[in-house]
Design a protein around this ligand. Structure first.
Ligand code: FES
Length: 137
């Protein structure tokens, strides 16, 4: 287990110890990323090619599956609502081990059985901006 993963697992255990603060709450309320619409959520240079990062204190995940191709996803795990903790070659939820594809948000490894919510973004120079509204909404 890498040091980063160990720290993430310790954080997940701590969150679990606090009860439902990170998991299983928020049904029907605003999503954690909603307050960020229309704002810069990351810089292109901070998102690794073939990986990604959890940004804005865990409110969303930004990835760059191919050079210059950026994606954003909700950081709320579709299994039980934990906040996604890390991104390597996949997006990882350390609460119960689900993994999601960095290009599509599709489940690569359960127990989650539905993809992460993809969010519309616009790249403006080096700024990655979370769109005011989802495209097609
Ligand atoms: S809440 Fe993410 S794997 Fe269970």
């Amino acid at each position: 287990m890498s040091r980063r993963r160990l720290i993430g697992a310790a954080g997940a255990a701590g969150a679990a110890a606090l009860g439902a603060a990170a998991c299983g709450s928020g049904e029907g309320g605003p999503a954690p990323h909603d307050a960020l619409r229309g704002t810069v959520v990351a810089q292109t240079g901070d998102i690794p090619v073939g990986g990604g990062d959890v940004v804005i204190k865990g409110k969303l995940v930004v990835t760059q599956p191919e050079k210059g191709d950026f994606k954003a996803f909700s950081a709320v795990c579709t299994h039980a609502g934990c906040t996604i903790q890390e991104v390597e070659r996949n997006i990882h939820c350390l609460c119960h081990g689900s993994e999601f594809d960095i290009a599509t948000g599709e489940v690569r490894h359960g127990p989650a059985d539905s993809p992460l919510e993809e969010l519309s973004i616009t790249v403006d120079g080096t700024d990655i901006v979370l769109d005011e509204k989802e495209r097609g909404a």
